[in-house]
Design a protein around this ligand. Structure first.
Ligand SMILES: Nc1ncnc2c1ncn2[C@@H]1O[C@H](COP(=O)(O)OP(=O)(O)OP(=O)(O)O)[C@@H](O)[C@H]1O
Length: 636
């Protein structure tokens, strides 16, 4: 890079286009399209169906204005001293798909903070598919956002920066609640290869649930629930805290879409659990700072895309074989389901629905009943019967859940959450009676909006209409977090193995002299992430898309083992539909074996793979291309 060249930034005017050198011969080739194709794409782009993310993209200037107060220029950085502006960097706290997190000390706040460092150029080349990047370039051209030629690498960088803008925008809107990780500020400069997002520090790290014995109480738990910690009491505490967090999100019109243990952080000082990672969230149209005549429709379609982590995805998103219905009518209930899965993991030390691959997991989510887990215990049955309710109209909504936990219908003046009073939950008193009634109550068929706040009620009612959407065609992605969702993935392993980092240890945990902020660290973390999560990482964000499924389709097979498949113990040739022979009766629940995405042979005929009834259907190459097109762009 020449000395004058600047790198695009969160705040566009810090890196004027005139000073950016877009054209780079080295990576143009792979993405450039023949001229004839380009012009036909150009003309077809003006007719493309808009999507939620393309509308956000069209209004990115407004998003930028909203995040501007939170973005500071990097004015001082000393690699030797590991400082950047007022922050002195400490030990690594973990890494995600898009960046890594370090502990840091803020000299202005005089406190420890978390700094998430996201390389502007994506770590994982597969994060964006070539199709997707080309489409984005064409879209930007058609919108006049770029005029010059732009290389694939530069385009991916800009796409990544937009993704960060969205995450920062969400975090900046959600700063006012004790159960949400609070954004402090972001750092960027035209010379920085990374974006730095500074947030409040949670010293106990992500929520851990895996344990050697079902009855074990994890040390992390005892540091949050200090007296008489039990599985039930700790689970109740998480339910209470995350319910408050979700209620706040609801009041802000935000659906998280990736609730799971690794996105819940614990803080020992405040003794609370907090929600983090808003990269996958969406806001209801009425909560967005711009309007667009297509927004309502695009929002509905966006809600029907599979985003999140398979084991935590709600059944209404799992109807892969049925393309003709809009199963998701209340986005907020997606988060309720995922919270239910998280609580189940805490209670039972296993995932409630877990298959050898994504398809089988989705199938189990839809088909396997957990009724046999009902015990009469209030908390357990609340989770099983009201949160993990497959029929979305019978699933408890966030406000009823909050009311249930905080007051209960019979105890208006109760100043403690009823559910979590120290009394055993088998107590036969009014609380038990209340829960009995609650659990047997017929679900009310109603829209999600039930806030006392009439304004929001009116607002929300607009987001749950019953217009049908083609879920199948608009199903853009199998989540980026897909492979991380397997029970033996990094999220869970690290939960078990990593000791939480303590604030008091900060001074002892500075980077060693051989550690640096340079790319070698990034590479290490990236390798860790890739190894742990598998290489088919893709995106959960509404602003990015690639999927393992697409990769499998492209390759005509999933990652193949030579010879015997060591995950399944079957030879690849013997693998047919994973659903074959799986019925409600013989489905195993809560399978705890170590799992990875199983070999799935040739799944070009993926509809049949999902739905054996369709097994006569043969996908043509054209079908697959159509699928890839919609998967890349939400277009058909
Ligand atoms: N504010 C924080 N305080 C303490 N630890 C944190 C904080 N934020 C993140 N971490 C740690 O860093 C890890 C990585 O966080 P990050 O948000 O990058 O990834 P993720 O949410 O696990 O994955 P992804 O971003 O790919 O969805 C977390 O799992 C957590 O252990």
């Amino acid at each position: 890079m020449s000395p004058q060249q600047v790198i695009p930034t969160l705040i566009p005017e810090w890196a004027p286009l005139s000073q950016q050198s877009y054209k780079r011969e080295d990576d143009l080739e792979s993405l450039s399209t023949p001229t004839s194709q380009t012009s036909s794409l150009d003309s077809s782009f003006s007719q493309l169906k808009p999507t939620y993310s393309s509308i956000v993209g069209d209004n990115i200037d407004i998003i930028v204005d909203k995040i501007r107060p939170f973005v500071r220029k990097i004015t001082a950085s000393e690699q030797g001293k590991k400082t950047i502006n007022q922050y002195t960097l400490g030990a690594s706290a973990g890494s995600g798909q898009f960046g890594y997190v370090r502990k840091a000390y803020s000299s202005t706040l005089d406190e420890v903070v978390a700094v998430k460092i996201i390389p502007k150029k994506p770590w994982n080349a597969q994060q964006y598919s070539v199709n997707q990047v080309m489409r984005q370039i064409q879209l930007w051209k058609s919108r006049g956002r770029i005029t010059a030629n732009i290389s694939g690498n530069e385009a991916m960088r800009l796409m990544n920066i937009d993704k960060c803008r969205w995450e920062i925008y969400a975090a900046s809107k959600l700063r006012d609640n004790a159960h949400i990780i609070q954004l402090i500020e972001c750092l960027d400069s035209p010379f920085s290869e990374s974006i730095w997002i500074v947030s409040k520090w949670c010293n106990l790290g992500q929520l851990q649930w895996r344990r050697d014995n079902d009855e074990d109480i994890l040390p992390q738990w005892k540091r949050v629930v200090t007296s008489n910690c039990s599985i039930s009491k700790f689970t109740g505490k998480i339910l209470e805290d995350i319910t408050k967090g979700l209620q706040y999100l609801y009041s802000e019109g935000c659906i998280h879409r990736d609730i799971k243990p690794s996105n819940i952080l614990l803080d020992e000082n405040e003794k609370v659990a907090k929600l983090s990672d808003f990269g996958s969230c969406v806001f209801i149209p009425q909560s967005l700072p711009f309007n667009d005549s297509n927004l309502e429709d695009c929002f509905k379609r966006e809600l029907n895309k599979i985003v999140g982590t398979p084991a935590f995805i709600a059944p209404e998103l799992c109807h892969l074989g049925n393309s003709k219905r809009d199963f998701v009518t209340d986005g907020f209930k997606l988060d309720i389901w995922s919270l239910g899965v998280t609580l189940y993991c805490l209670l039972y030390n296993e995932l409630p629905f877990s298959g050898d691959n994504e398809f089988e997991t989705y199938h189990k989510i839809m088909e396997v009943s957990l009724d046999y887990k009902l015990t009469g215990d209030n908390l357990n049955d609340l989770v099983i019967k009201r949160l993990l309710r497959k029929d979305v109209s019978l699933r408890i909504d966030i406000n009823d859940l909050a009311k249930t936990l905080l007051y209960g219908e019979y105890s208006e003046n109760c100043d403690r959450p009823l559910l979590f009073n120290a009394k055993p939950m088998t107590n036969e008193g009014p609380v038990k009676r209340f829960f009995d009634r609650l659990l047997t109550r017929k679900g009310k068929k109603k829209a999600s909006g039930k806030l006392k706040d009439k304004t929001f009620e009116a607002t929300n009612s607009k987001v749950t209409p019953s217009t049908h959407i083609d879920t199948y065609q608009d199903r853009e992605a199998f989540s980026t977090t897909v492979l991380r969702s397997s029970p033996d993935s990094s999220d869970y392993c690290s939960s078990l193995e990593e000791e939480p980092v303590h604030v008091t240890n900060f001074l002892d945990t500075f980077c060693g002299s051989n550690e640096s902020l340079n790319s070698s660290k990034v590479d290490n973390d990236r390798r860790n992430t890739e190894t742990k999560s598998g290489k088919s990482d893709s995106s959960t964000s509404p602003l990015k898309i690639p999927t393992p499924i697409k990769d499998m389709i492209r390759l005509k097979s999933s990652p193949k083992e030579t010879g015997k498949n060591h995950y399944t113990g079957r030879s690849p040739d013997s693998v047919t539909s994973p659903l074959k022979g799986s019925t409600k009766e013989n489905c195993t629940v809560g399978n705890r074996r170590s799992k990875k995405l199983a070999h799935s042979g040739n799944i070009l005929n993926f509809k049949a793979y999902i739905n054996p009834v369709d097994s006569d259907t043969r996908e043509t190459v054209e079908d697959v291309r159509t699928y890839l097109n919609f998967a890349d762009s939400g277009q058909v």
